[in-house]
Design a binder for this molecule. Sequence first.
Ligand code: NDP
Length: 448
Amino acid sequence: MTSIEQEVAGYYDKLLKRNAGEPEFHQAVAEVLSSLKIVLEKDPHYADYGLIERLCEPERQIIFRVPWMDDNNGIRVNRGFRVQFNSALGPYKGGLRFHPSVNLGIIKFLGFEQIFKNSLTGLPIGGGKGGSDFDPKGKSDGEIMRFCQSFMSELWRHIGEYRDVPAGDIGVGGREVGYLFGQYRRLANQHESGALTGKGLSWGGSLVRTEATGYGCVYFTNEMMKARGESLSGARVIVSGSGNVAIYAIKKAQEMGATVVGFSDSCGWVETPNGVDVELLRDVKENRRERVSVYAEESTGATFHEGSGIWGLEADVALPCATQNEISGADAQLLISNGVRYVAEGANMPSTPEAVEAFRENNVAFGPGKAANAGGVATSALEMQQNASRDSWTFDYTDERLHQIMINIFKAAESTAREYNREGDYVVGANIAGFKKVADAMLAQGVI
Ligand code: NDP
């Protein structure tokens, strides 16, 4: 072990002890630290002033009670979180997740990833994340509204245009952002559009924000394919999930000439050998809030299968767009043996370390989430720009900005990997490019 490797191992041991029981956070940090060893060997000043240790410690962690009343007048109590991880580049920025699996470790992993992702966008935003263990499934509209109002009754004092700007994530879409913004506006007694993103179009939202993460993931995939002389035209694509990210990844992939051969939810997956009827899917999921099995019942040529077997489909490209650790090492081997040559993460950390290693060993072009799904937060930052200038841009102009940002992120990951003799390794490239910008800002701003 070199002395730098020993130092990094020392930080990581300490982190494990101080953050016990948070495996997803450990996983996210381990991946970034493994990429940073080569930076620290080349530029040891990045280890000065406790930089790495400060980077891995959130600036602030807020945990709060969220009491609310259900439709039977029963009192329910959930837990709310906001982790304000790093504001060296700009106000904390990152979504809110409502899902029963949410705990502090999940929010810390997401907030940590967000620091590097936001840095890669080239826009002035820091990293944060929040959410609750509230399960929106099966709740009435009134229950969702009361929950959101109670959640914001605590969160509002911690956020703001220049402080911390939440948005959506799993379980938090346009409806929830509406209820959250309404309560913020009431408590703050001002219409501060820049305090939340993902808003409705008539009250400060941006065109393309809804589509941005899915579209951006496909734009990134297209760049990876171009680098190997291929294109999406005629390609077969698997997309996991059927939420916001998945739906618009499916739409854009098909617009670019691909056939999406399957998608899923947490109950099962739908095989669509002739492609996906996006309007039907949007109606089933966005309007009726139904399961994907209903899509299969109502469409011709699609079949529903229970369970998580989607990774057994034959395809050229896989876009995991559901949740963390949804591709195991065995799933990755299956994808590779079925012909997959490109993987881009629409979700955050959907590939386990074993899966990432399998992709690397088999020369699968792999776009990590912090690069491939950065289009969502980038367009949120474009929404903030429009709010600050009291302007609203056209769909085409905003989409062009998003497209260019995704090309730039690809170029940054690609050229940084080459600079460190790891050509084609977009994990290392994205981690280092994202890190350097934040690290330079932290070093310039002193020990805080
Ligand atoms: P949605 O809530 O809109 O959709 C989530 C989808 O993933 C649903 O189909 C859901 O199925 C499935 N899913 C969620 N949890 C699980 C689970 N534990 N097991 C299996 N399937 C699951 O969320 P988004 O589309 O917004 O987010 C998807 C991913 O993309 C997340 O990792 C998120 O962090 C990431 N992301 C989102 C961004 C955004 O702009 N929205 C930006 C960047 C990243 P079911 O309905 O059955 O639960």
